[in-house]
Write a protein that binds this ligand. Structure first.
Ligand SMILES: CC(C)(COP(=O)(O)OP(=O)(O)OC[C@H]1O[C@@H](n2cnc3c(N)ncnc32)[C@H](O)[C@@H]1O)[C@@H](O)C(=O)NCCC(=O)NCCS
Ligand SMILES: Nc1ncnc2c1ncn2[C@@H]1O[C@H](COP(=O)(O)OP(=O)(O)OP(=O)(O)O)[C@@H](O)[C@H]1O
Length: 196
């Protein structure tokens, strides 16, 4: 089964692009979403997060206190490394078992991850796509989507590799500005992937 990784900086639009692939019947593994699910369901991970970031990492209901954790990790690289070391191996395992269950008649699958290159998970994929957009557009999108401040978004961007770094490792590119059609670019890539 051909596995294609897809990434892009915060607000580049990788999730939006993946929704277009899904309309073509391509199964997508959303690593960031799975990471969040595991953080409230995997007992070992929950214990690790509480130990690293305190009991207040979870509400009494068991819900994750995203704000508490984000406030710690996006302001301190050592704390972020701790969180990544807890979460990423669990996400890798989940991807492995997800991929095994994909029906054999599917031409290829996508793995969408914000940290595809940074975490090394691109190595689990045969080819990788980078979604790009200018910095100001990414900032505006995330500020609007999450109701976040410019500083909060910049703090996350600062913890991700630059597009320049990522582009050295990518095989394909999708530009996502107002002037570029993601639908046409996805269709063109889909045709290429069917021939791989
Ligand atoms: C820190 C947490 C609790 C903040 O939750 P919050 O709801 O505010 O953000 P959310 O998960 O929706 O992420 C939004 C975006 O932030 C960026 N981001 C998230 N985690 C990270 C990270 N570890 N490093 C750099 N950027 C990150 C990504 O661009 C992501 O798409 C959450 O992001 C988390 O658990 N992160 C660790 C898991 C992880 O590394 N996920 C990303 C790749 S698997
Ligand atoms: N081409 C586009 N036109 C209009 N809005 C867009 C476009 N692409 C993305 N957006 C919007 O920008 C926001 C960010 O997009 P999306 O969530 O797909 O980015 P992402 O790269 O997955 O971000 P994150 O790393 O935070 O998960 C969303 O609200 C989305 O609807």
């Amino acid at each position: 089964m051909l596995k294609i990784g897809i990434t892009g900086g915060i607000g580049s639009g990788k999730t939006t692009v993946c929704k277009v692939f899904e309309t073509l019947g391509i199964p997508v593994f959303y690593a960031d979403t799975v990471a969040k699910e595991l953080m409230v369901s995997d007992p070992i991970l929950i214990a690790g997060v509480k130990k690293a970031f305190g009991q207040e990492s979870y509400a009494a209901s068991g819900a994750l206190n995203n704000k508490h954790i984000a406030q710690i990790v996006f302001n301190n690289q050592t704390e972020l490394d701790k969180l990544n070391a807890l979460v990423h191996p669990a996400v890798f395992r989940a991807f492995d078992s997800w991929a095994k269950k994909v029906p054999s008649n599917v031409p290829y699958t996508l793995k969408e991850a914000a940290l595809l290159f940074e975490s090394g998970s691109y190595q689990m994929c045969d080819k990788n796509i980078l979604v790009t957009a200018p910095l100001e557009l990414k900032l505006a999108r995330v500020m609007q989507r999450d109701g976040a401040s410019r500083e909060q978004v910049l703090a996350r961007m600062d913890k991700q590799w630059s597009d320049e770094q990522k582009s050295k490792m990518a095989d394909y590119f999708i530009g996502n500005t107002e002037h570029q059609s993601i639908i046409l670019q996805v269709l063109a890539l889909h045709e290429q992937f069917l021939k791989l």
